[in-house]
Design a protein around this ligand. Sequence first.
Ligand code: FDA
Length: 580
Amino acid sequence: TSAVVETDVLVVGSGPAGSAAALALSTLGVATTVITKYRWTANTPRAHITNQRAMEIFRDLGIEQDVLADATPHHLVGDTVFCTSIAGEEIGRIHTWGTSPQREADYQLASPCLTVDIPQNYLEPILVRHAAERGAQVRFSTEYLSHTQDADGVDVQVRDRITGATYTIRAKYLIGADGARSKVAADLDLPFEGAMDIAGSMNITFKADIAAFCDHRPSVLYWVIQPGSNVGAGLVRMVRPWDEWLIVWGYDIAGEPPVVDEAEAVRIVRNLLGMPDLEVEITGTSLWGNNEMYATHLQRGRVFCAGDAIHRHPPSNGLGSNTSVQDAYNLAWKIAYVLQGHAGPALLETYSAERAPVAERIVKRANRSSREFVDLFAALGVLEAETEEEMLAAIEERKANTPEGLAKREALVKAMELKNYEFNAHGVELGQFYDSTAVLSDGTPRPEPTRDPDLYYEASTVPGSHLPHAWVGDQVRKQAMMDLAPYTDLTVIAGIAGEAWEAAVETLAAETGLPLRCVVIGPGREVTDLYYDWSKLREVEESGALLVRPDKHVAWRSRTLPEDPVGALRDALTHVLSRG
Ligand code: FDA
């Protein structure tokens, strides 16, 4: 009851947000302790779609190969099917997660990584293991109870769930990554918009080999339009190709929670698969609520929240775990820089300024995508159907050589097109732009989108944007632009006419002790613009420079080489890092 454990950062939760925060912080040499309520990481597959931004973070933190080794690869994730059951009639398919020939180029041009599928119960152990290897203390079966903060730190009361003992952990900073029912967020009294538990979902995990129905249309998601679910559709989701699955089935949250025993689970599985005699091994069931809620401010003093604690939404668009990992990546380097004396504490305030708009955007997008399924049901004419027979008849009508059949087919084309906003929303996935004091404008406004900003990501180096992707290197190495700017450092990227930046960086690194580095791109230099792509993407003259933050956002840029590059860069660093 009286023991005090000391740490620099205490992370509550070992989900994607907490374990990524612990990994990022320990990579930066920050003493980190993670506590988590249960005896191990996620015990069900949960989130799985792992988008390019999250994969880039894993690449940066040195765990990309581990993640790929446990993931279902990109080429198997994208033939999303809509059907009346897995063995039943197919209504249509949509190429998802950038796998259509039309979109694949957008995705490949934007990032060195592609979307893969790794269930959360495979991902979390990778993150936790590497965090622990790099020095994080991980305490399972340990529950956050409450906290108090003062000018120098936070006292956190926790309970050891094995012995029942309570004790205090004293930390300089606290991160509440404790999920959608976050106690840390509640204790901080963070302001929220929206509502919780707007719909009920049931997960059923099971094993059954149905490769014959998937090999030729490989996908993560098979949507089954059948009566009985409150959302009108069930989801058959691949966990492992093609013998391990998760079904998501809706229930009416206003009524009593359904009892899903083995027999009921088998019945639901067989129905959605359309295989009445299939041998099924049920491995688990759980109920969860769908939410539409986001925090409008993410921190108070020395305490921050990340992940589902600040954004709560349905799985549509696959943004939950991805955004949680990105929150952690945004926050960890800021805490590290403040602890290491590289930045002033005001840098920490930029976490909320930068990530709260992202939280709002993804919560709204995911919920809108979920609602837009209605368009598909409306196109099929199943919304009015009251019995299974009526529903099947409505679906059947799309085959008819009648004006009604024709209208239905035309409506289906449009409804399927709309699902790109859920499954190919590249702009939502990649288009994070930060507007805060950790970015210094060069006077150029944020570029106006030339295409739909939800569907299309547009690269730019306007400060606040993510560093554009291009392949660079030499005859023995092929590197992504992001590889030039490691998470530990602040990186200045220049061209040969801007070689003088090198000396400026050297002077300032010596003067400030900042982890500042310079990369000159050009023939005969550290890396070459192999495909001549970077010259077209950098938006500054060859003599100009970009200052890239550890999280790969452009902090500042100079269009050309100024008369006093040391002075210009010093001013930028002072501003961006809130150095007094
Ligand atoms: P997450 O909820 O993963 O982790 C919270 C952590 O905090 C846990 O480690 C927990 O032990 C810990 N914790 C909580 N309270 C604590 C306390 N008082 N003390 C100590 N530790 C505490 N998303 C998706 O995209 N597709 C999907 O199919 C699903 N399916 C799904 C099913 C179920 C059952 C759930 C619960 C969630 C999903 N999700 C999902 C959502 C997805 O799982 C979610 O977006 C991410 O896990 C969010 O990651 P976080 O790290 O923020 O929270």
